[in-house]
Write a protein that binds this ligand. Structure first.
Ligand code: ATP
Ligand code: MG
Length: 756
């Protein structure tokens, strides 16, 4: 049969092939980075189709990002040598959930043209509800509630299922009630928020078993990438879909599938809200194939549960677990460094990874004086790579926090080096940065109507659409800018007193800021503006997951202004940055966060900012226990394993975080790299300090004399560790086995479902 082996199977190793060809029954591919998990999934779809086992529309394939879904579609076309007619259901959990929900919207009291609310709409709606309930939104900000609701939805909890203890944390026990009111309001508005795309879909399946059966019947094959990062809601949704439809579900009445009434679903790790009559005793399970890597679980902070992957055996009895051990992506040194680093985590399954590739270049570690030198150094290295014939498309900069991007983006604009930001807007295009810039533009130019409109009611100051509408009319009639119209209107009684007062206060503020601009440095001015306008405070009160990042970005904005003489110069620079935009095909450096780099690969990967407090992030360090730190380490591992041929780590000894300079300690993760695979190099960033052409960590003595009380003990330890090989800081051998305490046996109703 060898001759008949289809082309797409030819290059696979035996384990990969097994994963592709085992079409019947559940399959879990549990394997490290770069071992071909995603490739296996894509090939599996090709195989299913070419074997005629299912039509495209009978295959459900879930990816973590939309980009990954597009990539998979593209690869599939290549593998089959023709475009697939009628595409598989290929997308993220939310996009597929949304698609199903539209078809059956009426059943969950929506219309098929329902709107998907963005965060702003969501906040506005919640504010109204708080007002109606006389809840002080200073004390209990709408954004906090939004964050809570989002968390509940990630865990698959409907309002009735939110444990009372958790509902109590908001508005003196009114959290659950508000969540319910919010859901009711969404229905009236014919709207759903992002989390609903999945949650309402789950409800639909639970309350309408006939609909569920229809989809169970349709999807003959289910495939899931990045399974380690699924949250409870996604898990429930998958479990519902992955049951065989032919079985008449025993005891499945409407009654029994509605939410379990035990009061605390999801709280106790041993019980899941889906572990009810619906998913029990039903066999055989579907042809589901999940692939993942526990060492790459990096979305715990967003409710992902790595335990899902550990419970696969139980959820899908008879599952075949396949391990892939050959890494096809990275050269020897990079893989060794990454494997050694992740071995410092206790809570892991542990796995072997080998490469048959050459050792290649060692992982480099470069110390810089500050982040500016870091950006310069990396810029320099990139130009060097470019001269050596490397494609910019094969170069990526992966940062821990989005604020770090700013310095690189500015540097690239200066160098004329094309770049693109992946997985998010460019720094100056982020919402919070645009808001702040709008304030500055309006100070600079009172006639800037776009800026005026953007911030007139941000933060909310009671100047809603009606007011803006009125200003527009006046402005149009008299051919004047909006801010002048505003000036005219506050002299009349056209606005209600409250709005008038608020508008007058805003105009007064701008007058004051324009005067201050003449006498104070622009960096000071911007702080005053963000402060007095209430803009910073708006984000400080925000409890959503990204609020802290936004505040960091605002600080970084202030910092970026230092490089310009005055406000005018800065704003001109911004318009230049905003202006350049290559097409998608342009050869360009990719800049992104480590989180959005998941699943991707590049020949050359730069990893800046490996410093304590930044990476691992302070939030993780402040956390009790090891969980936060271990997630950071997995993130570092994800970063390193993105690299095919070169991985280049950087740290700066001085960094401005949260607005003030501090001397930093190189990341403990640098300590944890194996000396044999690492080379310490000097920064090419120029000036450096003491005129010595950059601080290289090879000059440790200088660091001491530099007078910092921190004196980079990390790197001194690193030196010492080099002799000690496989021992961690405490002097104990690395323990690659899973910690017992974290993974105590899981039981459901006394039944053992996962061994530790
Ligand atoms: P990650 O965990 O980072 O998502 P992965 O396990 O999904 O990694 P892939 O992205 O599928 O790994 O594969 C990594 C690289 O190795 C890709 O470039 C892929 O094309 C290549 N590769 C995988 N299997 C083979 C093979 N059998 N022969 C040659 N190249 C392979
Ligand atoms: Mg992958």
């Amino acid at each position: 049969r060898a001759a008949a082996t289809p082309q797409y199977l030819a290059g696979l190793n035996p384990e990969q092939r097994e994963a592709v060809e085992t079409l019947d029954g559940p399959v879990l591919v549990l394997a490290g980075a770069g071992t071909g998990k995603t490739r296996v999934l894509t090939t599996r779809i090709a195989h299913i189709l070419s074997q005629g086992r299912a039509r495209p529309g009978e295959i459900l394939s879930v990816t973590f990002t939309n980009k990954a879904a597009r990539e998979m579609k593209h690869r599939l076309g290549q593998m089959l040598g023709h475009a697939v007619e009628g595409m598989p259901w290929l997308g993220t959990f939310h996009s597929i959930g949304g698609r199903i929900l539209r078809v059956h919207a009426e059943l969950v009291h929506l219309k098929s043209n329902f709107t998907v609310l963005d965060v702003d709409d969501q906040i506005r709606l919640l504010k109204q509800l708080l007002q109606a309930d006389n809840i002080d939104d200073k004390r209990w900000p709408a954004r906090m509630l939004a964050g809570l609701i989002d968390g509940w939805k990630n865990r698959g909890l409907t309002p009735a299922q939110v444990p009372s203890g958790e509902a109590a944390v908001f508005g003196n026990g009114r959290g659950g009630k508000l969540y319910a009111a919010y859901q009711a309001r969404l229905k009236i508005l014919n709207a759903a928020d992002f989390g609903d795309l999945l949650l309402e879909n789950i409800r639909l399946f639970r309350e309408h078993p006939d609909v569920l059966r229809q989809y169970q019947g349709r999807f003959k094959f289910i495939l899931v990438d990045e399974y380690q990062d699924t949250n409870v809601a996604q898990y429930l949704w998958l479990r519902l879909l992955s049951q065989a439809p032919s079985q008449s579900l025993p005891g499945l009445t409407r009654q029994s599938v509605v939410s379990p009434e035990d009061g605390s679903p999801g709280l106790d790790a041993s019980r899941r809200p889906g572990d009810d009559a619906l998913t029990k005793n039903i066999s055989p399970p579907k042809n589901i194939c999940c692939v993942g890597d526990d060492d790459q679980s990096i979305y715990g902070w967003r409710g992902a549960e790595v335990d899902n992957i550990l419970r696969f055996d139980h959820d899908f009895p008879g599952a075949k677990v396949i391990r892939l051990e050959r890494n096809y992506r990275s050269t020897g040194h990079i893989l060794a460094a990454a494997s050694h680093l992740i071995a410092h985590n206790e809570g892991r399954l542990g796995k072997t990874l080998r490469t048959e590739d050459v050792d290649g270049e060692k992982v480099t570690v470069t110390g810089c004086w500050d982040s500016e030198e870091e950006a310069r150094g990396i810029g320099e290295e990139i130009e060097q790579l470019q001269r050596a014939g490397e494609k910019l498309n094969e170069i990526a900069i992966l940062v821990r926090a989005s604020f770090q991007m700013r310095e690189f983006e500015d540097r690239f604009v200066t160098l004329g080096l094309p770049y693109r930001v992946i997985g998010g807007p460019r720094f100056y295009e982020r919402a919070e940065i645009r808001d702040a810039l709008a304030y500055l533009r309006l100070i600079n130019s009172p006639a800037d109507d776009l800026a005026f409109e953007r911030i007139v009611n941000v933060p909310k100051r009671g100047l809603g659409d009606a007011t803006v509408q009125m200003l527009h009319e006046i402005a149009r009639k008299r051919q004047i800018p909006l801010s002048e119209a505003a000036r005219a209107v506050v002299e009349t009684d056209e606005l209600r007193p409250k709005a008038r007062g608020s508008l007058r206060a805003l105009l007064d503020s701008f007058d004051r800021w324009r005067v201050q601009r003449e006498t104070m440095p622009h960096t000071e001015l911007v702080e005053i503006v963000l402060d007095e306008s209430g803009y910073t405070e708006m984000w400080q009160k925000d409890r959503s997951a990204d609020a802290a990042g936004r505040l960091e970005n605002l600080k970084e904005l202030v910092r970026s202004m230092e490089e310009f003489e005055n406000l005018q110069g800065f704003l001109e620079h911004i318009s230049l940055v905003m202006d350049r935009d290559g097409g998608p095909d342009e050869d360009a450096v990719s800049v992104m966060t480590l989180h959005s780099a998941k699943g991707l690969e590049f020949d050359n990967v730069f990893l800046p900012g490996w410093e304590e407090g930044l990476f691992p992030h302070q939030r993780a360090l402040d956390e009790q226990g090891r969980a936060g730190l271990e997630e950071e380490r997995r993130l570092a591992h994800v970063g390193l394993t993105r690299a095919r041929r070169r991985a280049k780590l950087y740290f700066a000894t001085n960094r401005r975080i949260h607005g003030s300079w501090s001397t930093t300690i190189p990341s403990r993760f640098l300590d944890e790299l194996p000396a044999h695979n690492v080379e310490i190099t000097e920064s090419k960033g120029g000036s450096g300090w003491g005129g010595t052409g950059g601080y290289g960590p090879s000059r440790f003595d200088n660091v001491e004399s530099f007078g910092s009380s921190y004196a980079t003990p990390g790197w001194q330890r690193a030196q010492a560790n080099r002799g000690r090989g496989g021992f961690n800081e405490a002097g104990t051998p690395y323990n690659a086995s899973r910690s017992k305490s974290k993974h105590a046996p899981l039981t459901i109703d006394g039944e053992l479902v996962a061994k530790s």
